[in-house]
Ligand binder design. Structure first.
Ligand SMILES: Nc1ncnc2c1ncn2[C@@H]1O[C@H](COP(=O)(O)OP(=O)(O)OP(=O)(O)O)[C@@H](O)[C@H]1O
Ligand SMILES: [Mg+2]
Length: 457
């Protein structure tokens, strides 16, 4: 599409000359003799660039650029003036003009300045997009005190080069944190290279990490560059470090200590600058005691520890996470926006989330797919397999009256037993020692949700 340029000058002759030159260069032009008309055009049209004369009748050029910059911050403005008015030029640049051209105008100078301004705007926009997508992509959601602390910690350590060891159960966001550290660090323009120590077979891990020379072992048909070399200048993320074999641990330790290594089958020393971030869901001190993990390596890797608590210990983050995931699916997959009822959120908050944030994210995805209405409620949640917390004991203390607590307990208890017995009423009633008719009454009075395909049995 043609770029659209607005030319503002009170001299008809100048407007026509400039428009002619620009149209020959393939731009589309709009014309205004004064500020009022220019502002009207800006309201209606998408303008990419403005050429603005300093001397205008009515509102002066300087006041006009002020107005434009207030309302259309990112449209570049090139000012034009009579010969030799340095003071006004300085003022215009201070107000945000991209460039300043003097009359008599040189055609080449005009074209060059216009090209530069448009190029600059494009780059600026790309930069903003890139930066926001990067930052957004690795943004940690959560305003609980622990999360706030972790975010602060990440910002502090990102600047340095110290090794980081991230602990936390599966799905708590360890990889996200590692990527966030990298993207906030000075190494952000170099690679973030990931190695999953648990997924690579023992006999391949060394060649994976350090690379190998051609013919180093059977099957090594070509030379291979290892992850350490690929991460040069950047960050190496050693995921599930607790699963690395004892032998490889020794090699890794030596690389950290000597700052150099050789490819498998090679003799040449290779030196790289790599920041190591590791992660584990194992209790490494326990592994050290059992003799599975080297203590010396542990201290080398664990210069800065970050502990990610399980989601059940920061339940206040759950509503924010849910909203965030919903908007993510809406934006990225174009799904229809949905909201959750308060009681639905409450159930999700009461649930224990053994799979942590990953499980929550998957649940939100399933809820969005499987709920047809715009509002997600309790039964939708039960349909995707998340149930009211059962037998937690603790949750009954939220009730004041004994009756409410007893009802809540009975509801949980009966629901669990019904499920355990495949919704067989006769069997369940017998098992829990009440009449079948009584069980049926309780299901009704306690509002126990029955599966859609339930038939009385
Ligand atoms: N605080 C958070 N804010 C937003 N998204 C999060 C957060 N924590 C985790 N996630 C998301 O949850 C999912 C799991 O996170 P991640 O892969 O980082 O966990 P992990 O600890 O590395 O898990 P595992 O031990 O299973 O490898 C990802 O989609 C991640 O983006
Ligand atoms: Mg992970």
């Amino acid at each position: 599409m043609k770029k659209r340029i607005l030319v503002v000058d009170d001299e008809r002759g100048i407007i026509e000359t400039l428009s002619g030159i620009l149209e020959d260069e393939g731009y589309q032009t709009f014309q205004a003799e004064d500020a009022e008309k220019a502002l009207k055009i800006l309201e209606k049209e998408d303008i990419d660039l403005i050429l603005l004369d300093v001397w205008l009748p009515g509102i002066s050029g300087i006041d006009t650029i002020k107005l434009i910059k207030e309302r259309y911050q990112d449209i570049p403005v090139i000012m034009i003036s009579g010969h030799g008015n340095v003071e006004i030029a300085v003022q215009a640049i201070k107000l945000g003009a991209f460039d300043f051209l003097e009359k008599p105008l040189s055609i080449e100078r005009v074209i060059l300045s216009v090209e530069r301004a448009l190029q600059f705007k494009l780059l600026e926009r790309e930069n903003i997009n890139l930066r926001s997508s990067l930052i957004k992509k690795y943004e940690l959601i959560g305003s609980s005190n622990v999360m706030k602390n972790i975010k602060r910690q990440i910002e502090l350590i990102a600047k340095g080069d110290s090794r980081v060891l991230i602990f936390g159960e599966s799905g708590t966001g360890k990889e996200l944190v590692a990527r966030a550290i990298h993207s906030l660090s000075e190494r952000c323009n170099a690679s973030f290279v990931e190695v999953n120590c648990a997924a690579i077979p023992q006999e391949l891990i060394e060649s994976e990490l350090f690379g190998h020379e051609k013919g180093a072992f059977t099957g090594a048909i070509d030379k291979k560059i290892g992850k350490f070399e690929l991460a040069d200048g950047g960050t190496l993320f050693l995921d599930e470090i607790g699963d690395m074999s004892f032998l490889t641990q020794a090699k890794l330790l030596r690389v950290i200590e000597t700052q150099k290594f050789q490819r498998v089958g090679g003799t040449k020393d290779i030196k790289v600058s790599v920041r190591i971030i590791s992660a584990t869901n194992k209790d490494l001190s326990e592994e050290i005691k059992k003799g599975n993990f080297r203590e010396d390596l542990y201290y080398r890797l664990n210069v800065v520890p970050i502990y990610l608590p399980p989601l059940r210990e920061r339940k206040e983050d759950i509503p924010e996470l849910i909203n965030c995931f919903i908007s993510e699916y809406v934006m990225e997959k174009g799904w229809k926006n949905k909201t959750l009822t308060e009681r639905a959120i409450k159930i999700l908050q009461d649930y224990d989330w053994p799979g942590n944030v990953r499980e929550l994210k998957n649940a939100v995805e399933r809820l969005m797919i499987m709920t047809l209405s715009d509002v997600i409620d309790i039964d939708d949640i039960e349909r995707v397999g998340i149930v009211r917390k059962e037998f937690s004991g603790e949750s009954y203390f939220q009730y004041n009256s004994l009756k409410e607590a007893r009802d809540a307990f009975e509801r949980d208890f009966i629901l669990k037993k019904l499920k355990d017995n495949n919704w067989n009423m006769t069997k369940t009633a017998e098992l829990i020692g009440i009449e079948r008719s009584n069980l049926y009454k309780k299901i009704k009075s306690l509002g126990i949700p029955l599966p859609k395909d339930f038939s009385e049995n």
